[in-house]
Design a protein around this ligand. Structure first.
Ligand code: GAR
Length: 321
């Protein structure tokens, strides 16, 4: 079986979403495993189930600790368990900005409303009071503002004429259990999707000044400068010219730097056959653990190598001081 991505599930109570994830992870083709269930409530009912299923558990009360202190204790336990992602499942704690920052893009939450509607508590009653036709649930990435990060997926749940908050909550919960496992599976395998990878490269390349995209020999490329005299600083390669896998080509300062990189990290870099002789280097993007900050740094470096002087002048001056 392929290595599965390890996730830590954080709960404060019943833990039915945690249970749904644990059972989903029993399927042979599930890309994640629950490596840890952690709680700020030492007697949270969900912990019993996790333990019975043979999953490591960790608890530490938040009483008597600052938010930062408690978050740090949870963080250490999660890292110790080897988890790459945190899944909040009814974890009723507001998290410190520092903790959220450490797990940026690697922490998901489920919320019982169709966000951005009804952040916070009493979501079902608020949907009923508003006369909504649908309630629902959302899985979103966690950012410092409560229930506010980018929504990854939602399920609508019809409101029936006789629903009260309790009955509606029970039905939304069924939808939550389906939605969380499938969204988590899709999210953690996104780096295997070439379209997702291309969009990441595109986002970073077009964030640089005076850049635009233009295909080159059938592959997306990014140029800096004017339409007429602009120069390429990056190419996307999905098995382009017979290369393997998915990569981005960027410009090094020349063949010396290129061969130093190839020696230093042959798993990450290779010399693209078609462009290699001019000092271009390929960075693999399908290893499953791409460091996107590193890729963004490379794009910037490559951009700087070919950008018109008027764009780089200020940077050069700033660097002299
Ligand atoms: C779930 O309904 C979840 O959406 C909600 O708490 C419940 C936990 O149930 N979370 C929030 O309201 C977060 N803002 P569970 O412990 O049985 O999974």
């Amino acid at each position: 079986m392929k290595d599965r991505v390890k996730v830590a599930v954080l709960i404060s109570g019943r833990g039915s979403n945690m249970a749904a994830l644990v059972y989903a992870a029993k399927a042979d083709d599930c890309p994640f495993e629950v490596a840890l269930v952690a709680s700020n409530v030492p007697d949270a009912p969900g912990l019993l189930l996790a333990k019975a299923e043979g999953i490591d558990i960790f608890t530490h009360t938040h009483h008597g600790l600052s938010r930062e202190e408690h978050d740090q204790i949870m963080h250490d336990a999660i890292v110790e368990a080897g988890a790459d992602y945190i899944v909040l499942a009814g974890y009723m704690r507001i998290l410190s900005d520092e903790f959220v920052g450490k797990w940026c893009d690697h922490m998901l939450n489920i919320h019982p409303s169709l966000l951005p509607k009804y952040k916070g508590l009493n979501t079902y009653q608020r949907a009923l009071d508003a006369g909504d036709e649908h309630a629902g649930c959302s899985v979103h990435l966690v950012t410092p503002t409560l229930d506010d990060g980018p929504v990854l997926a939602q399920t609508e749940v019809a409101i029936l004429p006789d629903d009260d908050a309790e009955v509606l909550a029970d039905r939304v919960l069924i939808a939550e259990h389906q939605l969380y496992a499938s969204t988590l599976a899709q999210y953690i395998t996104r780096e295997a999707d070439p379209d997702w990878i291309l969009n990441q490269v595109r986002k970073h390349a077009l964030a640089l000044e005076e850049t635009y995209e233009r295909p080159s020999f059938g592959t997306p490329g990014w140029r800096v400068g004017s339409e007429k005299t602009g120069k390429y600083f990056a190419y996307f390669s999905l098995r382009h010219f017979g290369e393997s896998g998915t990569s981005v080509f960027v410009k090094t300062s020349g063949l010396d730097e290129q061969s130093a990189l190839l020696d230093a990290d042959p798993d990450l870099y290779f010399a693209p056959k078609f462009y290699g002789k001019s000092g271009w280097i390929a960075i693999r993007l399908d290893t499953g653990h791409t460091d996107w900050d590193h890729v963004a740094d490379w794009l910037k470096k490559s951009w700087r190598m070919v950008a018109p002087k008027k764009l780089t002048k200020m940077m050069d001056i700033a660097e002299e001081f």
